[in-house]
Design a protein around this ligand. Sequence first.
Ligand code: NAD
Ligand code: SER
Length: 319
Amino acid sequence: MKNILVIGACGQIGSELTLQLRKDFGIQNVVASDLCIKAGSALEEGPMETLDARDRNAIAEISKKYNIDTIINLAAILSANGEKNPSLAWDVNINALINTFEVAREMKMDRVLVPSSIAAFGPTTPRENTPQETILEPTTMYGITKVAGELLGDYYVKKYGLDVRGLRYPGIISHETLPGGGTTDYAVAIYYDAVKFNKYTCFVSAETRLPMMYMPDCIKATIDLLKADFDTLKHHANFNVGAMSFSVDELAESIKKYQPDFSIDYAPDYRQAIADSWPDSIDDSAARAEWDWKPAFDLDAMTQDMLKNIRIKHEKGLI
Ligand code: NAD
Ligand code: SER
């Protein structure tokens, strides 16, 4: 694992993960790529390439240019946008993924990491403390691509001996880069609107409860799994990872502890049905046993950090 290509590096997770990878592996050893990279992006500190991952030859060319031995593929169309354009979700989430696996296999790379999601679960999955091995019958195109991606990852491990790793992220909450069109976006938007307007209208109901994770834990989980010894892994492309689980009502109460006159109201839309199809909480004992996963942030610790950082952005006129 000397030279890493991050695909989808400009997104909510990639924009922070890439910078941490560069701290760990060296700035010149981590190549950022995305459909287009904004001028002035922090990613400009190191190598950057424009890449549409649906183009297999382009992945291969960049991989050869930088002698890539590890790919982290974060390119995706998330759940809410995926329901607006299901065929695009399939194209990006599956065809770009197969391209990644094929280039990695042909070039005999060390490893590939690709995230899955709680969206791999569906309404027939046990909702509470959702087990590692369970029913996978998602009702969104995004979820269908995530299940297929997990199965493809495990297939490449078994058939070709390619080292593929993946984790089922819960909703990821962060303050650097806005989320890219998912159902859990409300758990980020609420903090921005709390700072800007002292109120928020939520697109899912007060009692909607989903598993969530703060970005520092997401980065830690991803890099810990990336670095784990392959021989200790019994699972490969589908690790459950949990951190916290809360309803929107509880999230609002957490904000009120630090901003007492904050108020919230509700106007559920099509994303309610997506949220209702996902688990309340996650059993991540396999990740804890196989690569020592342990989150650091709970709801109130995250709320304090989110409000602090978004207030700084607001004071600087950035939002
Ligand atoms: P995002 O939407 O913020 O970023 C995805 C990036 O992929 C974007 O920068 C986009 O430009 C890029 N992209 C889209 N199509 C592409 C293509 N054809 N070629 C190259 N790049 C392309 O997503 P994210 O939240 O950073 O998610 C990263 C991964 O984590 C995805 O696999 C996603 O399914 C998974 N995940 C995210 C969350 C979350 O809450 N953020 C939760 C569960 C799983
Ligand atoms: N945060 C993602 C979404 O809502 C979950 O994978 O789509």
